[in-house]
Design a protein around this ligand. Structure first.
Ligand SMILES: [Zn+2]
Length: 286
């Protein structure tokens, strides 16, 4: 029987974490997406959502974790020092990126005085830092195929596509849509996946065009629909986007595309079983 593959959103906010009564429904933690296939766990980015994810990954069910970094802006790495598996003896943690300066250097820069009191030597897990070649797909020992594609973002970033025996996921963040050539490459890159997750972190109000290296939500939706994905998730919500703004936006999105949604912290999508199902509040978005 085919193994169920789940994708869970632990952080859906862009740029900086937020809190307060206006940010309850979607949550305030920054980018962190978990793909789980049996005991295989792959995490895309360790924003502040990584803290809650790390607490959920116990030693018995998660002896190994692979983390992929799209880029190293704060909202995608701030959870690194708070990711519990890094401090658990006997757990194997692979940290991988195509960062120009190397993955290990990024982690060391992030965790040093005066920004943080301890360095990576505080890790107790078996930690391996890997520098990925973005032009070459990577197949893990567990048979997951991971491919990368460059996006349009200040300083550079990479999208990931993960093909598993139970379905495929593409994460396209951070990315300012609108450069036709780049978008066409990304459409082909993510073609036919079960779930595509896109940066829609443009301006809070309106938010229909790219700004500060992020896609407007209409651009992100168009890109997602062009891939032909079974389900389209918009994420990296602008910190000024209240639950009210996002509710109105989601109503517009689902009117255009019933199989699209605005991700919330805690959303879980199951791939490859008749189409992804959004588990939040028992509502199906298929
Ligand atoms: Zn970001």
């Amino acid at each position: 029987m085919q193994q169920a593959v789940t994708v869970t959103f632990w952080g859906v906010r862009g740029s900086v974490p937020v809190a307060g009564a206006d940010h309850v429904l979607h949550g305030g933690d920054t980018t962190c997406v978990e793909l789980r296939s049996g005991s295989d766990v792959v995490v895309i980015d360790l924003g502040t959502g990584a803290r809650a994810l790390g607490k959920a990954l116990d030693a018995a069910t998660c002896p190994a974790v692979t983390v992929l970094f799209s880029h190293a802006h704060y909202d995608h790495v701030l959870g690194v020092p708070f990711f519990r598996p890094l401090y658990r003896r006997g757990t194997a943690v692979t940290l991988a990126s195509a960062l120009a300066g190397g993955t290990a250097a990024m982690v060391a820069d992030l965790m040093r005085v005066p920004f943080f009191p301890v360095g990576p030597t505080a890790f107790l897990a078996d930690v391996t830092c890997v520098d990925l070649d973005p032009s070459a797909a990577w197949t893990t020992g567990d048979g997951l195929r991971i491919a990368m594609a460059p996006t349009c973002h200040p300083g550079g970033a990479h999208a990931f596509r993960i093909d598993t025996p139970g379905g495929a996921l593409a994460c396209i963040f951070d990315h300012a849509a609108g450069e036709t050539a780049v978008d066409e490459v990304l459409v082909a890159f993510a073609a036919g996946v079960d779930l595509v997750v896109l940066d829609a972190g443009g301006a809070a109000l309106g938010g229909e065009t790219a700004s500060n290296g992020h896609s407007g939500w209409r651009q992100a939706l168009a890109l997602g629909l062009a891939t032909g994905a079974r389900s389209v998730a918009l994420t990296h919500h602008h910190p000024d986007c209240t639950d009210g703004i996002l509710a109105a936006r989601e109503a517009d999105v689902t009117r255009t595309a019933p199989h699209a949604f605005l991700a919330r912290c805690g959303d879980r999508v199951t791939l490859g079983q008749g189409g992804p199902v959004r588990m939040d509040a028992g509502s199906a978005v298929v």
